[in-house]
Ligand binder design. Structure first.
Ligand code: FO1
Ligand code: CA
Length: 313
């Protein structure tokens, strides 16, 4: 019996690491968002897959949460001197990942095959899957027009006011086959929505054809961990986006957004006062410390989420 975790980048990756410590490799299936992937300088770049992969391998940069620790930036400096685009920071070691993936995909292999190869090279034994092998691209709608996600996020530093999102390619994209099989697996133990951005990390994954339906009809409990604590996002623009979309930036608003997809919702102890209102939505609530600053914190939260899911079976 397996656990399925749906995740974006930095915040979600921390919980995935905790889950990987609590479960045997074959018991955990991690599915990462690929809607913030993009093609840049001829490379296929998959920020969320790489963030999860580097985090699980213990190689991620602690401070930034993305990229590799101990990185050097010689290529970026040379790129600048050569008049190339340098707004997206690519470290020398990270570039090797993009070269292997791009090479495989240009030779006709799928993103799943490239991801499996990269994970194997790092000695990972959990299954980390892209949500789809078909390209899906988040377009951020702003007053000044639509921006591809990385241009909004990195180049414009999330400054433009957001009015909505469009996931280019989503209707035609098929969920990754093992992902779909896992959602439909009658022996599935839990579906965990990691503390990632609900609008740009989780929404594309659960909107893939068949996934929302599969989650709703699964006998496995669906549990989300709130990415909003005390009105703020732990990382990234989730709280800013909620304000711009005229939603309160609260754990309750995240629970309302996911709605009846959820059986359980995990909120931080600082938000204990919202538990009652969330339970009135018909969603069970677990109140615990959710800030994962250490490996121990990540493992403890993962243990508590798994125990909670068991109680909801
Ligand atoms: N995030 C940034 O804020 N600035 C960057 O220059 C940047 C480069 C980068 C390179 C490789 C990679 O895997 C991730 C990178 N990220 C960078 C993070 C990335 O933009 C993610 O999409 C966000 O963390 C949101 O999930
Ligand atoms: Ca259910």
């Amino acid at each position: 019996s397996r656990v399925l975790a749906l995740t974006g980048g930095v915040g979600g990756a921390k919980l995935c690491l905790g889950l990987a410590h609590c479960l045997a490799g074959e018991q955990l299936c991690i599915v990462a968002n690929t809607a913030d992937d993009f093609e840049h300088l001829g490379l296929n770049i998959c920020p969320d897959l790489d963030t999860v992969m580097y985090t699980l391998a213990g190689l991620s940069d602690r401070e930034k949460g993305w990229g590799l620790a101990g990185e050097s930036w010689n290529c970026l400096s040379a790129l600048e001197a050569a008049g190339g685009e340098t707004w997206f920071l690519l470290g020398d070691k990270d570039i090797a990942t993009h070269l292997v993936r791009t090479g495989m995909m240009n030779a006709g292999r799928s993103l799943s095959e490239a991801t499996a190869k990269l994970c194997k090279q790092l000695g990972l034994n959990v299954s980390l899957l892209p949500m789809s092998d078909d390209p899906v691209r988040t377009m951020v709608q702003t007053a000044g027009g639509e921006l591809p996600f990385q241009e909004y996020f990195v180049r414009e530093r999330c400054a433009p006011e957001v009015s909505g999102f469009r996931f280019d390619g989503l209707e035609k994209a098929r969920p990754q086959p093992e992902f779909l099989r896992t959602v439909e697996d009658s022996a599935l133990r839990a579906i965990i929505i990691c503390p990632s951005n609900p609008f740009v990390s989780v929404e594309p994954i659960i909107s893939l054809p068949g996934i929302r339906e599969g989650m709703a009809s699964s006998q496995a409990p669906v549990i989300a961990v709130s990415p909003i604590v005390a009105g703020m996002a732990i990382k990234g623009p989730a709280a800013k986006m909620m304000q711009e979309l005229s939603m309160p930036s609260s754990a309750l608003a995240v629970a309302e957004y996911y709605g009846n997809l959820l059986d359980g919702f995990v909120i931080d102890e600082r938000d204990w006062a919202q538990a009652e209102a969330i339970e009135r939505l018909g969603i069970s609530v677990l109140v615990v410390p959710t800030i994962m600053n250490s490996l121990q914190g990540r493992i403890e939260l993962a243990e508590q989420v798994l125990e909670f899911s068991h109680s909801l079976m």
